[in-house]
Design a protein around this ligand. Structure first.
Ligand SMILES: Cc1ncc(C[n+]2csc(CCOP(=O)(O)OP(=O)(O)O)c2C)c(N)n1
Ligand SMILES: [Mg+2]
Length: 803
């Protein structure tokens, strides 16, 4: 099923009729799926449904203008479009509704996302890129309204980069930058800041983005009068219209039920975007929701009788049907026959999807019942175990939870028995869990051979006369090497271009590599991130710069909801190996001393979080990440650019390993663990501690996510038997995570002779005044006294009390 368009010129009426009929059938299939889908939820087979009914016709028009290589970034109403480009069939639609965990059956997310969240596959089995120019692409949807917008900007910008930057291998990603990024959004979601931020940025960047607003006047129950000034998004965006000598948009408005006009508008819009790289806004209004917003709730509660009657009359499917009859494309009778046939196909697809969903679970149930019955045979608790087996056996359509509840509970009746069948049961549960758990947990991080922890370290090399330089020069010269080595790499951010970033780590790079590769952006962190996500999804290697870590919060929602979940929510079928460069940790004031690492650790699982202590280590992380295929945040030390470091000779080549700690000072008495700017203070303090006879071991964590994959810290604790985590985040922030990793995951508790402790910052952010840092973040004296106190407690004779 696909409606790839012929050109409209010179076609016969028969050709025209065939094309329209084919379109109509796709739309009707989609409608029947919506109707039956709702019933599946109401009868309990599926949990929740949100469908594309009422939005079918404009999506046909969009699909006809959508070409191979193009990308969609949209939302949950687009099932008709996905069907029209051949990326979704009836059975797959229902597999999505049921949450089938097999990617072959449910290609959108393998059951990880609710139905209505669409995606195509950009990657081969081994995680390598497919040729995206030979397929129609959809970036994977997310649920937060307007969350698709920032990424859309990057998907569009990639075409500009591919067209205008020389030397990039475009083979799998672009043909002359002719690809359009198509966005879809509901009218109410245009109220989100992300929508306006993206619209403005695309107007500035002049990228081939066609933004479609599906306007049905409502956002769930809330009418447009509460959503949009003048209740009309294209009206208020008029100022974006491009004029002679200005940049800007082409803006179209079209009625959502007017098939021939929509087809025409979309063809015109596509030419503008594709050829001229001009962003386009298409405001499609007069759309409806035949079944209300979703399966939870009914729109009769909040729409007037008049509105409901209007929605029946202007339902785009009946309007299209009417137009087809008026234009002799089919008769009323033929239309009815088509509908009957499609209803049959949809019912069949639904049944097949359900059968495929239930089948493996039925097989697993049979296996489980057999091992349970065998385990019951010789048990003194036979009746109880048999009861579990029988209760499991009678479930007609079991889910996996029920299978595991029965088998795991049975073990409780066997604790004091030993038998071969008990061992079989234990083994069966273990094997079953090992087989099933990945269906729910795999691919949070890359599982390809390019995953970050698979890239080997490479030591920096130094010439005999290597100079000690301002550390920012290591950063700058390493970026220079990177831009030469990777033509597909580019960096952008506030002040990153012309002046070469606020700390001069990109000095001269724009002159050398051009404004497209080293760029200034507007002040708009969320869409800086989105630019990066979209471009990374199309094979480029963007480095998105967030000027200060403190301001990453503006981008955090997109990082957390979109970037961090991408590999997971597509079960490894899409990736965005975006590098996020930022600078932070202790400097001065509430918004230039941020180290909200606990927050990031918790919200960014799925992205690596790297906290180098100096510029050499940071540059080494960039070199490592560019060899891999995963997203990461690198937090450079804001107070480290002017410190002196030795300039290495193998720029662009030396690599800091990811997930590996580094022992900076060996010691026998206590293990001090820290990272980033605070580490320098820890190192200094270790010298002072030595003067009073305390031999501290100092370890640099370097990488918070992933954390110490070789479990080296526990080896240190085994030796020192004491542990102090020093961190400049709030108490219970990153330090709590670090402690859990060491004490619980690495079994550090076994080797401790003193209570494991954390020394964190105060609960407030640091004050600006000269002493703000001292009274807000852990100081050398705080560290000294804390360590001393721990040693005093262990050996008061040797270390008499300080106070
Ligand atoms: C950030 C966020 N807030 C709230 C929701 C809940 N929600 C889901 S859809 C929706 C209404 C969207 O309306 P509109 O954009 O007009 O799209 P429509 O469903 O009408 O096509 C809301 C509030 C959400 N998904 N994300
Ligand atoms: Mg709406």
């Amino acid at each position: 099923m696909s409606n790839t368009s012929k050109t409209t010129k010179d076609i016969t009426f028969e050709d025209f009729k065939t094309e329209v009929l084919s379109d109509y059938k796709i739309a009707l299939t989609s409608r029947e799926c919506s109707l039956l889908g709702r019933r599946e939820v109401l009868t309990g087979k599926a949990k929740f449904g949100i469908f594309g009914d009422g939005k079918e016709v404009p999506q046909l028009a969009m699909a006809k203008a959508f070409k191979n290589g193009d990308f969609r970034s949209g939302y949950y109403r687009d099932q008709t479009f996905m069907m029209a480009i051949g990326a979704l069939n009836i059975q797959q639609f229902f597999a999505g509704l049921y949450g089938h965990t097999d990617i072959a059956e449910e290609p959108m997310s393998a059951g990880r996302q609710m139905g209505g969240h669409f995606a195509t596959h950009s990657l081969n089995e081994d995680g390598s890129w497919k040729n995206l120019t030979q397929q129609k692409n959809s970036s994977a949807d997310i649920s937060p309204t307007a969350g698709q917008m920032p990424r859309l900007l990057g998907l569009a910008q990639a075409s500009k980069i591919y067209r205008e930057v020389e030397g990039i291998d475009t083979e799998k990603f672009s043909v002359n930058g002719d690809e359009i990024a198509w966005g879809t959004i509901g009218n109410a979601s245009t109220s989100e800041g992300l929508f306006f931020e993206t619209i403005n940025a695309a107007g500035v960047l002049q990228v081939p983005m066609v933004m479609n607003v599906w306007d049905d006047e409502y956002g769930i129950s809330v009418h447009a009068r509460h959503q949009t000034t003048k209740e009309n998004i294209s009206e208020i965006l008029k100022g974006f219209q491009r004029e002679e000598g200005t940049n800007g948009y082409e803006i179209f408005r079209a009625k959502g039920w007017d098939y021939p006009n929509l087809v025409d508008v979309y063809q015109r819009a596509a030419v503008l975007a594709r050829k001229e790289h001009c962003p386009v806004l298409i405001h499609v209004n007069e759309l409806t929701q035949p079944q209300g917003h979703s399966t939870s709730g009914s729109h009769e509660r909040y729409k007037s009788k008049e509105r409901l009657a209007w929605e029946v009359e202007f339902d785009c499917m009946s309007k299209m049907r009417q137009w087809m009859i008026e234009n002799n494309i089919f008769t009323d009778e033929e239309a009815k026959a088509i509908q009957k046939d499609i209803q049959k196909q949809v019912r069949k697809g639904k049944q097949d999807a359900w059968a495929a969903f239930v089948k493996p679970q039925k097989e697993e149930q049979a296996e489980a019942v057999a091992v349970l019955k065998a385990a019951a045979t010789n048990s003194s608790n036979k009746t109880f175990i048999e009861k579990l087996a029988n209760e499991l056996e009678v479930i007609k359509e079991p889910i996996r939870k029920e299978i595991l509840i029965a088998t795991r509970k049975a073990l409780r009746y066997l604790t004091s028995e030993n038998s071969a069948s008990k061992t079989d049961l234990i083994n069966w549960i273990a094997t079953y869990k090992a087989k099933i758990q990945p269906k729910y947990s795999a691919n949070l991080y890359s599982e390809s051979n390019l995953r970050a922890d698979n890239i080997n370290a490479e030591a920096p090399k130094y010439a005999d006369d290597a100079e000690m330089v301002d550390a920012r020069l290591i950063m700058r010269d390493n970026f220079d090497a990177i831009f030469t080595k990777y033509p597909e790499s580019l960096i952008f951010g506030e002040d990153a271009g012309h002046i070469g970033d606020v700390n001069q780590g990109l000095e001269g790079m724009q002159e050398k590599y051009g404004e497209l590769r080293v760029s200034d952006t507007g002040i708009r962190e969320a869409t800086i991130l989105g630019q990066g996500i979209g471009m990374a999804m199309r094979g480029l290697r963007p480095i998105a710069e967030i000027q200060y870590l403190d301001y990453i919060l503006y981008a955090l929602q997109i990082m957390s909801d979109d970037l961090a979940t991408l590999q997971y929510r597509t079960n490894g079928k899409q990736k965005a190996p975006l590098i996020i460069r930022t600078r932070g940790h202790r400097l001065e004031g509430i918004w230039h001393s941020g180290s909200q690492m606990g927050g990031l650790i918790h919200l960014l699982r799925g992205i690596h979080l790297l906290v180098p202590r100096n510029m050499l280590k940071a540059a080494g992380f960039y070199n490592t990440l560019l060899e891999g295929d995963e997203p990461a945040v690198v937090v450079e030390c804001l107070n480290g650019y002017r410190l002196k470091e030795k300039m290495p000779s193998n720029l662009g080549e030396f690599k800091t390993p990811i997930g590996v700690v580094e022992t900076l000072k060996e010691g026998a008495d206590i293990t001090l663990v820290s990272y980033g700017s605070t580490l320098r203070i820890v190192e200094e303090t270790a010298k002072e501690l030595a003067q009073v006879g305390i031999d501290a071991e100092v370890i640099d964590i370097q990488s918070l996510l992933p954390f110490d994959i070789n479990h080296d810290i526990v080896k240190s604790v085994q030796k020192t038997n004491r542990l102090l985590v020093i961190d400049e985040d709030v108490p219970g922030g990153a330090s709590a995570y670090i402690l859990q990793e060491i004490v619980e995951k690495q079994d550090g508790y076994r080797y401790l002779d003193s209570k494991p402790q954390t020394l964190a910052a105060k609960e407030h952010r640091p004050a600006y005044g000269t002493d703000g840092d001292y009274f807000s973040k852990p100081s050398a004296e705080d560290i000294f006294e804390k360590v001393y106190e721990m040693m005093h407690e262990a050996n008061p004779a040797k270390f008499p009390a300080l106070f």
